[in-house]
Design a protein around this ligand. Sequence first.
Ligand code: MIC
Ligand code: SF4
Length: 642
Amino acid sequence: MNLTQKILNDHLVSGTPKAGEEVSIRIDQTLTQDSTGTMAYLQFEAMGIGRVKTRRSVAYIDHNTLQTGFENADDHQYIQSVAKKHGIYCSKPGNGICHQVHLERFGVPGMTLLGSDSHTPTGGGIGMLAIGAGGLDVAVAMGGGAYYLTYPKVVEIRLTGKLPYAVAAKDIILEVLRRLSVKGGVGKVMEYTGEGVRSLTVPERATIANMGAELGATTSVFPSDEVTRAFLKAQGREGDFRELSADEGAEYDETVQICLDELEPLVARPHMPDNVETVKNVGPIKVDQVFIGSCTNSSYQDMMRVARILKGKTVHPDVSLVIGPGSKQVLTMLAKNGALADMLGAGARILESACGPCIGMGQSPKTNAVSVRTNNRNFYARSGTASAGIYLTSCETAAVTALTGVLTDPRTLDIDLTVDQPALFEINDNLVIPPAAEGREDEVEVVRGPNIKPFPLGHDLEDSVRGRVLLKMEDNITTDHIMPSNAKLLPFRSNIPHLSDFCLTPVDETFPARAKAEKGGILVAGANYGQGSSREHAALVPLYLGIRAVAAKSFARIHQANLINNGILPLSFAEESDYDRIDQGDELSLPGIRAAIEAGRDELELRNETKQESYWVKMPLTERQKGMILAGGLINFIRTQG
Ligand code: MIC
Ligand code: SF4
């Protein structure tokens, strides 16, 4: 067996472990972060679950830390109190980005981790099977429920050789994206093998597993070996180590071979992470901003290399350099060893350890800016400045670019970039608040501020569905298009009515008003609809606006699950060319949809009343999903089950 199969099969609760089949697995650990967590805990409470049944659940506060009004702080207090009551550890603001902290302090090889954030696969760097999901699925897992997923195909990514000077782990994942695209991982787990793996540290592996999310993959996983043991030991957690790898001669559905010696510094150009080219070929374009940080690239070793490049130099006068170390652990170590002073000396602007600019929480670039960033997504408008172009690179490329003011190949540097892993990382978990002791839960009062509004619930599926096509969209529409998140909107993640005025506005500013005037309707989209974030808001807000169905060429995994969990019909065209026959404004209907689903039909008739023609759309549902669609979502379904 390969490693993916080993971990999955070890956790199997139901189903046949065969690619394409629905299985359910036991979840050992969960994580939430504040921007999805507030809603996830409201839903968790609505399900009436008492204390979590997982081995460890952690609620992180890392996305929403600007506190430009009372809303953020209110949500933080709600999360901290609800976590305490229900047996969940709470990582307070300032402790760091969820994925970085989880890797450092909580991740355990061989365990399953479900997180309400699409970059949860970062845990694959330490040999976990770590999967991103919508908040509702995570809430169910916290209550001890199994997680349902399609048993994946497993792709072997065999690494040979060793990375050349100034070429980074980030360049490996950019190369994988260049070859496979943002749709290339759908339904698959990327499993890294080969002698090249041994030369990569745990944080470097985590960078690769993290950005595997951009392939649309279910997750990515690395073996757990002596490098993993050394990392855990340096985190004071050697006891959590377990050696894990694929069996000799294990089989894979596909193999991709990457020779590390041949790689060079790469860059993903606006506005897709798979729009990859070599730094050399893009050439010395003028750069206005550089951001180094995010859950992809903010480890101790990353930051030390950056400090080394900046030491004794000065940032280019036309560049704003912003650095956000990934965790309190990393920032403290930089402060103690003087590297922070090197960064400050060069003119870097230091941020607290949080997501920050990656999700548009501050540091939006200027009009038409070129911003070079080490994070994982460069989707249109995500930085908060729609006219800016975001270029994704390694830390090395970003740091040297900040000095020269133009996109620069870091192989031109002439300094030693080797940074050893410390024998012992700085360990201080005083910003992690433990839950109330068992039996003392009643003493904890859950605090709810005025920003917390009720969330919408679906209703029983009608006999037939009818509605106008409110918007026709192209391929690769992201959740950042559907439900934008930036410094102005992120504070309202627990306030769906407020968010509804911004739904799909990056595609069409008139959409929310039209949807409200029409009292709902249907959406039409191209391939890979809903890629990117796990945010359930990309389903909850359309639900609030009365969207009953989305007809698309195909869907991204997490978003499709979020639609079903909220009772919205995800319909895929049986014939992709039918997409071309539909126009915005057409009146569509699904005659007899309820009876068809009850009868277990997975090909359904989609009628175009305007054009007087019909198409076939597919919606294959498992028994459980059928129940959810008929009941109008997971919460209603659970309630009907008593
Ligand atoms: C992201 O990177 O897009 C986020 C913000 O971390 C999201 C979660 C969210 O939208 O709150 C994710 O990746 O799931
Ligand atoms: Fe935070 Fe960005 Fe990572 Fe999402 S991708 S968890 S916003 S740092």
